[in-house]
Design a protein around this ligand. Structure first.
Ligand code: NAG
Ligand code: NAG
Ligand code: NAG
Ligand code: NAG
Ligand code: NAG
Ligand code: NAG
Ligand code: ZN
Length: 309
């Protein structure tokens, strides 16, 4: 029998320990989980105008094969590499006020103005307005980096951030960091309130109603967008004031929903189960649908303006 290699075993133990420590570290949340972002982008993709669909196709990396939803969590994946992008996923508003004000609230922790999800949506919208369609179809993506901006990244950031701003706790209170520091139980599992809204409600809905996947969930949302909600959709799309993007409307709705539904009746160590799930799922459904409809409307407005350039 071979003697165990002591060095190898020590190394293995060390690796296991490191993995355990890493897994236990609290990972701050950054908006809908992968599934939420995927659904927002899938809904949007089905509503793009011809000009927008063409531009999106042109700007997406070729390995995404024209599928925006496959890259809607890209912004979360690069948050360590692009450390500067961290504050662009959310907005902190004053505790318990339940209001949002761009001038007051859209800043990062150092107080730099405009560095929040609403500022980022405006930023990447104006970058995409510099898009000039490539004249020859033989050179796809030739327009994606013309000028000073990387418009592929602008598209991926915008698509992600319009999703994020629709997650109610992405416009939350400052002291609890949008529910990130409120420990709760989701049924029997320990989690944070923020994570309940990013992931748990969606996951439980997938498990209970949609055969574990996003496809049927998206179908159900799409059906309501063209059915029960059809009378409201035009209102969701409207931007007012002749704007191309209007994140302030979404952020104001967000903090209202956070106060009325996400934070309501929740305290440290609350156990959230059927009552909370049943009453909050309709809000999640609505915000996912609005996110998708508005992402499409924004991209359609952008690429409607760039097509004549
Ligand atoms: C797009 O990508 C998503 C995520 O990778 C995948 O679930 C979906 O099936 C893809 N859609 C198409 C039309 O390829
Ligand atoms: C605007 O976009 C540029 C390029 O990605 C980035 O460096 C900058 O931090 C962004 N600012 C905001 C507020 O989004
Ligand atoms: C634009 O960004 C994408 C995604 O980060 C990257 O793959 C690509 O190389 C960038 N393009 C240029 C011209 O830098
Ligand atoms: C769609 O609308 C019906 C009727 O209002 C509602 O019962 C259902 O939960 C909605 N589904 C989604 C996914 O929004
Ligand atoms: C609306 O915006 C467009 C494009 O930026 C501009 O040409 C037009 O004059 C604006 N209209 C009003 C009423 O501001
Ligand atoms: C909060 O709790 C009160 C008292 O139990 C209840 O009447 C109310 O419906 C709850 N509100 C929400 C939004 O859960
Ligand atoms: Zn995010």
């Amino acid at each position: 029998m071979e003697r165990p290699n002591v060095n190898a075993m020590a190394l293995l133990l060390l690796l296991l320990l490191a993995a355990a420590v890493f897994a236990a570290l609290p990972t701050p949340s950054h908006g809908w989980g992968v599934d939420g972002h995927l659904m927002v982008c899938q809904i949007a993709q089905g509503r793009l105008s011809d000009a927008a669909a063409k531009a999106v196709d042109d700007l997406l990396p070729s390995d995404a094969a024209g599928n925006l939803s496959s890259l809607c969590s890209w912004a979360d994946k690069v948050r360590f590499r692009y450390h500067w992008s961290e504050p662009l996923h959310f907005i902190d508003t004053p505790d318990n006020l339940c209001t949002y004000d761009y001038d007051r609230d859209c800043k990062d922790e150092e107080g730099v103005k405009g560095r929040c999800v609403a500022g980022a949506i405006n930023n990447y919208t104006s970058q995409l307005l510099t898009y000039a369609p490539s004249s020859s179809s033989s050179s796809p993506s030739s327009s994606s980096s013309s000028g000073q901006y990387n418009l592929t990244e602008a598209l991926l950031f915008l698509s992600h951030f319009i999703g994020d701003v629709h997650q109610p706790l992405h416009v939350g209170f400052s002291s609890d960091r949008g529910g990130n520091t409120i420990d709760v139980h989701w049924y029997r599992r320990k989690t944070e309130l923020h994570h309940v809204w990013d992931v748990n409600i969606i996951e439980t809905a997938e498990k209970d109603y949609y055969d574990q996947g996003t496809a049927e969930f998206v179908d159900a949302l799409t059906k309501n967008i063209t059915g029960d909600w059809s009378g409201k959709v035009q209102g969701w799309e409207e931007c007012g004031k002749n704007l191309t993007a209007c994140p302030d409307i979404y952020a104001t709705e967000g903090i209202t929903a956070a106060c009325d539904w996400a934070y309501k009746n929740v305290t440290e160590d609350s156990t959230l189960s059927d009552d909370y799930f049943d009453s909050r799922l309709p809000i999640v459904n609505l915000r996912l649908a609005q996110g998708g409809v508005r992402l499409a409307a924004t991209l359609n407005r952008i690429f409607d303006q760039t097509k004549t350039k």
